[in-house]
Write a protein that binds this ligand. Structure first.
Ligand SMILES: [Zn+2]
Length: 448
């Protein structure tokens, strides 16, 4: 059976991930993501009503025209998790394929919301739920799709595996090796080891190289949780304002913040449109059980009312958890920093960033500005209370050891980002150009 892999997006950048695997006549697409930084660089662009070709030209979504060189039928579109760089282009591209979107429940709920928000295209793709650990048949030629449970900075993440008669194709985006996650099961390393040893073994491993230039091991979410506990408990006797921000989609982190708010005698309040969207979805699907007193407000008017109530009742009794961890100009924390809300920051008030600045000039500039503005109001900033969602080098070694793939395709980075991974794989006996395939957007690699 012929096996080809099209590296469509996310092979020259972090963002707009998309990869297609052809096994004989059957094609499976993994991820269809958005490169948000290419959108945000322009002021006030509304992607909801933009055409896909314009977004392709901007470099915001994958250029999927290479799909016409792949000689087969698309059987499934499989987003691995709910981050926008993995699902954000489904609303723009999925309607071109007569195939269902197959994903875990939380991811699928986010895809559904993306499709509802879309104005330009309407998709009639079937949305098919599949849980981690489950499999489904693909086409009529002996291929099977399996979801292996992994741990990442968003809940319900999986690595899909396409089992073919020539061996398994393991799509390794995105994960870290977490044995003590705050929500959900640990990464299923046992299953990866089995896949490496059963049948024809692993024909190809496509790997998330985000942190491939970083030595050592990515800590567990539990480490970030304990760091956060230490910081917040140290503020227990403070009788002024305490505010925190984190990734809205990072439900495990939001859960820790909410729990510690209660521990230090404050009522948690989630503020911001995406805070309400992600946490509301996670609670509705039963991934978290937030306390009854947790306020969740997404719309401007309800947010303004909530701030007024906090100021009237006394901000020492509340713990607002808000959007704006990267200093995004329209996010809640930035508005608070600019004095555009009724929440008044006083000398000594605490602002906790449970996030790292994404190392990119726009983010760095915006975050710098937000922190400066907060500082000018007297706020004390606690930054970087965070752990990464991506494997560092020791995790990559462990995955190679578990899977023992014949071929490797580094992904989720540019060439410079691949270099650390190519070095470490070379240490394990692989060779660039022979069985390590450093690929660009729009390439097709013929494996069999
Ligand atoms: Zn991700």
């Amino acid at each position: 059976m012929e096996i080809e892999i099209a590296t469509i997006g996310g092979y020259e950048e972090v963002g707009r991930q998309m990869t297609a695997v052809r096994a004989g006549n059957d094609v499976v697409i993994f991820d269809m993501g958005l490169n948000l930084s290419k959108v945000l660089i322009h002021d006030n662009i509304q992607t909801e009503n933009m055409h896909s070709l314009d977004l392709i030209d901007m470099g915001a979504i994958p250029d999927d025209r290479v799909m016409s060189d792949l000689d087969g039928d698309v059987q499934a579109i499989v987003p691995t998790h709910g981050h926008l760089d993995h699902i954000g282009a489904i609303s723009k591209l999925a309607h071109r394929y007569d195939a269902p979107v197959v994903a875990t429940p939380f991811t699928l709920a986010l895809v559904e919301q993306e499709l509802e928000d879309e104005d330009k295209f309407s998709s009639d793709s079937d949305l098919v739920e599949m849980d981690p650990g489950e499999s489904m048949t693909i086409g009529d030629h002996g291929c099977e799709l399996e979801f292996v449970n992994v741990t990442h900075s968003i809940i319900d993440a999986i690595n899909p595996v396409l089992h073919t008669p020539e061996g398994a194709i393991v799509y390794g985006l995105d994960k870290r090796m977490d044995h003590t996650p705050v929500i959900g099961d640990p990464i299923d390393m046992k299953r990866f080891r089995e896949i490496g040893r059963e049948g024809e073994g692993v024909l190809c491993y496509i790997e998330d190289c985000t942190n491939a230039n970083k030595k050592g091991r990515t800590p567990s979410e539990n480490v970030a949780r304990e760091h956060l506990r230490d910081v917040l408990y140290s503020m227990e006797d403070y009788d002024g304002g305490i505010v925190a921000t984190t990734f809205s989609s990072h439900i495990a982190r939001v859960k820790s913040l909410v729990e510690f708010a209660d521990d230090i005698g404050r009522q948690p309040v989630l503020l911001g449109r995406s805070m309400e969207k992600y946490s509301g979805t996670a609670e509705r699907l039963g991934f978290v059980d937030f306390p009854d007193n947790l306020g969740m407000f997404g719309y401007r008017r309800s947010i303004d009312q909530s701030f007024e109530r906090i100021m009237n009742d006394g901000k020492e009794d509340f713990f607002p958890i808000v959007t704006g961890h990267q200093g995004e100009p329209r996010a809640m924390l930035t508005r608070m920093a600019r004095g555009e809300t009724s929440y008044e920051l006083d000398d000594g008030d605490k602002v906790v960033f449970s996030a790292r600045v994404i190392p990119e000039p726009t983010n760095e500039g915006q975050r710098y500005q937000a922190e400066k503005l907060l500082g000018m109001q007297g706020a004390r900033v606690y930054s970087d209370i965070h752990v990464s969602g991506h494997l560092c080098q020791e995790g990559h070694y462990a995955m190679l050891d578990a899977l023992q793939p014949q071929h490797i395709i580094p992904a989720h980075q540019d060439l410079k980002g691949f270099s650390g991974y190519i070095d470490l794989a070379s240490n394990q006996g692989y060779a660039l150009g022979r069985d390590i395939h450093a690929s660009s957007n729009g390439d097709i690699i013929q494996l069999v």
